[in-house]
Ligand binder design. Sequence first.
Ligand SMILES: *[C@@H]1O[C@H](CO)[C@@H](O)[C@H](O)[C@H]1NC(C)=O
Ligand SMILES: *[C@@H]1O[C@H](CO)[C@@H](O)[C@H](O)[C@H]1NC(C)=O
Length: 380
Amino acid sequence: MEFIIKKWLVVLIVFFSANYLQQCVNGKSQVPCLFIFGDSLSDSGNNNNLPTSAKSNYNPYGIDFPMGPTGRFTNGRTSIDIITQLLGFENFIPPFANINGSDILKGVNYASGAAGIRTETSMAKGFVISLGLQLKNHKVIISQIASRLGSLNKAQEYLNKCLYYVHIGSNDYINNYFLPQLYPTRHIYSPQQYAEALIEELSLNLQALHEIGARKYVLSGLGLLGCTPSAIFTHGTDGSCVEEQNDIASIFDFKLKSLVDHFNNKFSADSKFIFINSTSESDSQNSNGFLVANAPCCKTRLIGGCIPDERPCYNRGEYVFWDEFHTTEAWNLVTATRMYDSYNNLVFTYPMDIKNLAEQETMKDLEPINVITSKLSASS
Ligand SMILES: *[C@@H]1O[C@H](CO)[C@@H](O)[C@H](O)[C@H]1NC(C)=O
Ligand SMILES: *[C@@H]1O[C@H](CO)[C@@H](O)[C@H](O)[C@H]1NC(C)=O
């Protein structure tokens, strides 16, 4: 009985958020622009032409996406796609690899499947775009924005208003630290030291991003890496999560949350950072009425991706996982809705949710008085 009620609750949430998405379509977006940094959880096509095995631009990926397979690692929309819609954008943010015909002033998606904070992460899978390289690509875009707007100053002023979404780090564990036969990190660092090294490098990249105009940051934690079908299958745990992996990854999450506090102090004059607790969202053992939490919907091959052209499960709304690593659109809808509006639940989003962050007036007090005056007279 309880199970059935829970299931209906999910259906209702999905129904209401679908309606909500409709309402946003005609309005103006809450922020003028959104820049996305990350891995396969956010990639929308950057790996399609890269020499890597980390690809998803083939059937059945995208089976529920209007444009079919695009390089998204799920059956439909990713979490950031849904957040993009909740923010009121009319179109999805284009991948850096294919900005042809898109308005880069609305933002660019630099995320690359299998990418990590560390450059050597996922090297065994070929070449992917690590966080440092994603930042380099962002600099290319900034100079294009500067020439569109007329000056670097104008570009900076504009970039201050954008949202910067950074969700990266899972591969530094899954495709690095958890594979000691391929990568040396496990032999060099204790779990504590490794999380520290990752946060240090991430922190340097975030400060570099601040120097080139970023002011509003969404930093997402790692989620339950030990609960993916891949982890469960590899460790033969008979369906239950690999707690050792969850514990190791949670060290990173707590340090990331502390980093948010640190930056909110350090940059209190002009910036806001928030932390997303993906653990509380992706608690697949507590599966909110989803029928299947520990097996993939599509038929998978050894590396964990879907087998090309094989028919996936038909009840995709009842599966948490699409392939052995990535969640279904149905699950993404539940989590993205909560990230966007957490109803002040600090367990999910800290110290505020994305909706609140988007509404923050950063830099306002630094605007020269004549700018404010002209704005006031323009609106009267
Ligand atoms: C860019 O888009 C235009 C029109 O859609 C197309 O003709 C052109 O071939 C595209 N260029 C690239 C490099 O994809
Ligand atoms: C994330 O949320 C879970 C509860 O759902 C909590 O146990 C955990 O401590 C939280 N993690 C962080 C880093 O706050």
